[in-house]
Design a protein around this ligand. Structure first.
Ligand SMILES: Nc1ncnc2c1ncn2[C@@H]1O[C@H](COP(=O)(O)OP(=O)(O)OP(=O)(O)O)[C@@H](O)[C@H]1O
Ligand SMILES: O=C(O)c1ccc[n+]([C@@H]2O[C@H](COP(=O)([O-])O)[C@@H](O)[C@H]2O)c1
Length: 274
């Protein structure tokens, strides 16, 4: 897929004007009548997306099937917009395209929603989850029941790593009303992460503990985007840590190299001269 142009409905070619909620892999009908339909939403930088980000969804799917009454009917990556201004953040158009390449090439059920990435202003996570609630439960009226008789509402949940829930326990990072909305109304699936003490991360979130599902990593994977960027700056291999199509894209666009921008500009000048 990496050498193919994105299709017209692809997340990476959408603008705020022609935006359409991606639903091509969203399950249309439930398989199990006894389960509650669930859509997982991972918000983050994804600069760049790694295999761990993708694995989080697989772990959450297994966890849901084995430990809960939920049936996962869809999964979305929602890259943060350029307004987030975090160190190491590549332009959102690149992050959306890398997520899209990774999802299309390695998964049969993950999708990328560019809505958050396209926003000119920073969009708090509570508002991003509201957007999914609106698109799935208001616009689409939920999901068809297993017997085909009724439409059922879909539960939307945040999927995140332990460091992110740790920031929720840290006073002042998240608005209190947003925490109550995210953890009280939506809920979260949290993947443990080495370097983050789960008890500490959850310490101030006791009132919502019934809505917080902790997923243990049975095979520890400690890949992070920061380490990938570091390897790329040192011209070291990132093969088998992130999808091959994403590596190809990073090479083509000279992302995450110290002199990446100037090289890209030189290339543009060369094209213009020819
Ligand atoms: N190794 C990991 N273990 C568990 N969760 C992770 C891991 N890497 C990322 N995540 C989670 O994936 C989500 C999106 O990650 P994001 O791109 O924002 O972070 P990151 O990979 O830590 O990036 P950076 O290194 O640039 O800070 C977050 O919820 C984060 O907690
Ligand atoms: O909504 C908030 O108040 C909020 C506060 C801190 C972080 N977030 C979200 O958490 C995600 C990961 O952030 P970070 O800084 O750990 O890469 C990203 O999608 C942010 O928008 C959201």
């Amino acid at each position: 897929m990496s050498n193919e142009a994105p299709t017209p409905q692809a997340a990476s070619v959408m603008t705020l004007e022609n935006y359409r909620f991606p639903a091509h892999r969203l399950q249309q009908q439930q398989s199990d009548p006894d389960r509650i339909p669930l859509v997982l939403v991972a918000c983050g930088s994804f600069s760049p997306i790694t295999y761990l980000h993708l694995r989080m969804f697989e772990m959450a799917n297994d966890y849901s099937r084995i430990n809960t009454k939920y049936e996962v009917v869809g999964g979305y990556l929602s890259p943060v917009s350029d307004a987030y201004k975090k160190a190491g953040l590549a332009e959102s158009r690149h992050r959306v395209r890398m997520c899209e390449l990774a999802a299309e090439d390695t998964s049969s059920w993950l999708m990328v929603d560019p809505w958050e990435a396209l926003q000119p202003d920073y969009m708090p996570t509570a508002k991003v989850l509201d957007h999914f609630e609106h698109e799935i439960n208001n616009v689409r009226n939920g999901i068809l029941s297993a017997d085909g008789g009724t439409q059922r509402p879909v539960k939307i949940m945040l999927l995140a790593g332990a460091d992110l829930i740790g920031t929720m326990s840290t006073p002042g990072v998240w608005a209190e009303k947003d925490l109550d909305h995210i953890l009280g109304n939506f809920g979260a699936m949290i993947v443990e992460r080495s370097g983050t003490d789960m008890d500490e991360a959850l310490a101030n979130l006791k009132q919502w503990e019934d809505n917080i599902h902790v997923i243990t990593q049975m095979i520890q994977n400690n890949v992070s985007s920061t380490k990938i960027r570091l390897f790329l700056r040192r011209d070291m291999s990132v093969q088998y840590l992130i999808p091959a199509t994403v590596i190809e894209y990073i090479d083509q666009h000279r992302l995450y190299t110290d002199d990446g921008e100037s090289k890209a500009k030189d290339k543009d000048k060369q094209h213009a001269a020819n």
